[in-house]
Design a binder for this molecule. Structure first.
Ligand SMILES: Cc1cc2nc3c(=O)[nH]c(=O)nc-3n(C[C@H](O)[C@H](O)[C@H](O)COP(=O)(O)O)c2cc1C
Length: 196
């Protein structure tokens, strides 16, 4: 284990090793590396195998980088500008009905995209990279600037980077650049129903 997280039950260490730092090294990432992370996301389960996830990405120092970075709220820009890639996760809100073959609303498009995002972050972690999710971005502008088609939702954006020493962060962020803990499983899992 590379950090102090302690699970209630023994699990694979990859689940504990993934966390969301804000101190990144500005190291370049290759398209091959990023696509490998998204390949893991592609294999997530989804309702009726509808695969509603779509990814819009930019590697740092490429033409699209500034456009994607500028969609983040200023707080997120302040640290994500040191990351190596930005990935917007978009989900398609309709799917082909397995019965009629028509496009119908998908009640699970965001849920399914969330599963894919977890696979993405875990694969990145296994490759020695870190993924930090953000909802702090301008959703209306993202729709426009990313040419998102109608019937899609921009769910979140992810900064991908190599971990740097937090000493380079503004003081208020430095102390927070640590793996966080979790509620106990006792507070989350109930046999048969919620406790009365
Ligand atoms: C969907 C999503 C949105 C998030 N939005 C932000 C954000 O806008 N800014 C930020 O600094 N962190 C953001 N976070 C990071 C969470 O605060 C972080 O994942 C959580 O505290 C758990 O910590 P860990 O990922 O290090 O285990 C977001 C995480 C997720 C999954």
């Amino acid at each position: 284990m590379t950090n102090q997280r302690k699970p209630d039950y023994r699990i694979h260490e990859m689940f504990l090793n993934r966390w969301s730092p804000r101190a990144f090294t500005v190291e370049p990432i290759t398209q091959e590396e990023l696509l490998t992370m998204l390949e893991a996301a592609r294999w997530a389960a989804s309702s009726y195998n509808s695969q509603p996830w779509r990814f819009i990405y930019a590697l740092r120092d490429t033409p699209a980088w500034e456009r994607l970075l500028n969609l983040l709220v200023l707080f997120n820009q302040s640290w994500a500008k040191e990351s190596s890639a930005l990935v917007f996760l978009v989900s398609k809100s309709t799917m082909r009905s397995p019965r009629s073959g028509n496009e119908v609303p998908s009640p699970t498009h965001s849920f399914d995209a969330g599963t894919a995002s977890g696979y993405f972050a875990l694969q990145a972690s296994l490759m020695g990279w870190y993924v930090h999710g953000m909802v702090g971005f301008d959703a209306d502008r993202a729709f426009e600037d990313l040419s998102v088609p109608k019937g899609h939702k921009v769910e979140a954006v992810y900064a991908v980077g190599r971990k740097a020493d937090p000493a380079g962060l503004p003081e208020e962020l430095r102390a927070r650049d640590l793996p966080s803990d979790r509620r106990s499983l006792e507070e989350l899992a109930f046999e048969g129903g919620f406790p009365q």
